[in-house]
Design a protein around this ligand. Structure first.
Ligand code: CP
Ligand code: NVA
Length: 306
């Protein structure tokens, strides 16, 4: 049996594959998709969640329904991944029932382990290291607003977290410039910066890391996320002090380019990483981003099972 394709990281896809998925997502969103019409008919997606979710759960589940398939939600307490039984056994059992497995996990090693043993595609629905499904939707949104990805300057003003890592890898692949602006001590993992920088040299993408908000000068896209990610709740209070100057507000918008697009993967903590008024500007595309999760993931599931 041939090995399934997995989507654990933005690095799992080439530039051409990312663009192919985005093109399909665009066609699907515009209602122009007719290849089989119900490409997931008779197919089932298992959705494993170790953490809460609104967008990931609903976009995958609704997406499957729209494509003619079915999704099974497995809550954190349902299977107690790694406690009630091993990741290996879960991957092997689910592979006998379903056609795709999406997992939202704490440690990235869990999605890697699922992919090692599963005989169906594994999709990373967020780990502590990457959130690649989010970046497909973000890229679809940037193309809608700016017409292209290559040469666009995107600044992620927040923490060097899972979203930052996937943005860096994705940007490096497609030739987009990515600057990550964080408080000192919260930069992305060094290996991610190194790897993304090397890939970026080949594609013309400049990857930068800064502790200075002025690095957002001339940004075409500014992007933020919660200061404390899921699993870092006990650091939230400390981070509120450290991150106070790393936010998207009127001052940030003055530094960025005119017509700068505002992104946030949501959920948002208004008054912290973004203020409500900035999130509702005409150039804010945060709800397009949320909608595009479904279109991008529908395209992804068709791509992985074709
Ligand atoms: N952006 C995102 O992944 O949202 P959820 O945590 O609600 O799934
Ligand atoms: N960095 C955030 C993203 C939420 C979609 C987290 O991991 O909680």
């Amino acid at each position: 049996m041939s090995k399934p394709r997995h989507f654990l990281s933005m690095l799992d896809f080439s530039r051409e594959e990312i663009l192919q998925v985005l093109e399909l997502a665009k066609t699907m969103k515009s209602g122009g998709y007719s290849s089989g019409d119900m490409p997931m008919k008779g197919k089932t997606l298992a959705m494993i969640f170790q953490k809460p979710s609104l967008r990931t759960r609903v976009s995958f589940e609704t997406g499957m329904t729209k494509l003619g398939g079915h999704a099974v939600y497995l809550a954190p307490t349902d299977i107690s991944l790694g406690k009630r039984e091993t990741t290996e056994d879960i991957a092997l059992v689910l592979s006998r029932y379903v056609d795709i497995i999406m997992a939202r996990v704490f440690g990235h090693d869990i999605v890697v382990d699922l992919a090692k043993h599963a005989t169906v595609p594994i999709i990373n629905g967020l780990s502590d290291y990457e959130h690649p499904c989010q970046i497909l939707a973000d890229f679809q949104t940037i193309v809608e607003r700016k017409g292209r990805l290559d040469g666009i300057k995107c600044c992620f003003i927040c923490d060097g977290n899972n979203v930052a890592h996937s943005l860096m890898f994705g940007a490096a692949r497609v030739g987009m410039h990515m600057t990550i602006i964080t408080p000192p001590g919260h930069e992305p993992k060094e290996q991610v910066t190194k790897q993304a920088t090397e890939i970026g040299r080949e594609t013309g993408s400049v990857i930068a890391v800064s502790n200075d908000l002025a690095a957002a000068s001339g940004a075409d896209v500014v992007y933020t996320d919660v200061w404390a990610s899921m699993g870092q709740e006990d650091e939230a209070e400390d981070r509120r002090k450290k991150f106070t100057n790393y936010r998207i507000d009127a001052e940030t918008m003055n530094i960025a380019a005119p017509e700068c697009v505002v992104l946030h993967c949501l959920p948002a903590h208004y008054g912290e990483e973004i203020d409500y008024d900035t999130s509702r500007l005409p150039n804010a595309a945060i709800f397009d981003q949320a909608e595009n999760r479904m279109h991008a993931q529908n395209a992804l599931m068709v791509f992985l099972t074709k």
